[in-house]
Design a binder for this molecule. Sequence first.
Ligand SMILES: CC(C)(COP(=O)(O)OP(=O)(O)OC[C@H]1O[C@@H](n2cnc3c(N)ncnc32)[C@H](O)[C@@H]1OP(=O)(O)O)[C@@H](O)C(=O)NCCC(=O)NCCS
Length: 174
Amino acid sequence: MLIRPARLRDAADLPAIEKSAAQLYGSAADLAWLADGPLIAQAEHESRILQQSVWVAEADNGILTGFISTEIFGTELHLWELSVHADWQRRGIATLLIDSAYRHAITQGLSALTLTTFSDLAWCAPAYAKRGFEQLPQPGPRLQDTLDAEALHGLPPERRIAMRLPVARVTAPR
Ligand SMILES: CC(C)(COP(=O)(O)OP(=O)(O)OC[C@H]1O[C@@H](n2cnc3c(N)ncnc32)[C@H](O)[C@@H]1OP(=O)(O)O)[C@@H](O)C(=O)NCCC(=O)NCCS
């Protein structure tokens, strides 16, 4: 599985991946509606790709299997969306995509990765915690705004949390 920066022409494939990935919510209590929820528009993908903030996973046959879409805020890299096509889940692809974002944060001199997620779904907060993300009891204004916007879009606020993964500082050898 190749993980690479997304190219503009990839943008057209990303909504179908997000749609397929979201089928996982079909069995989640009170969240089945998310399986048919709104998708990130192709134009928004194109805009983030131009900012070099999207990575895709590409199978040997050239098919795209997943993506991570991010944005820099100050010294932090926010993960807006992480999706892996239903046919390709549980093979470590999301882990590789997060690793790419993490390496990007290092090369950009950033201090942390951030995200918002569901606290109680196995593939959300517990999976991020395994990768080292920690829940922020006090999310701060930017992440609180994101949580508030999600609540306005119908996500249950009592099940949403913000998480942060500090980026290890690489010190140059003396
Ligand atoms: C979440 C998602 C991106 C994970 O992709 P993936 O490539 O299957 O993830 P990985 O194989 O790297 O799994 C990493 C860990 O996540 C957890 N996990 C992933 N999918 C899971 C599932 N269906 N049920 C329970 N735990 C799961 C496991 O802890 C897993 O580690 P393990 O396989 O060693 O047990 C994918 O399920 C998806 O696209 N879901 C729909 C969109 C979504 O929920 N995005 C995240 C929103 S915050």
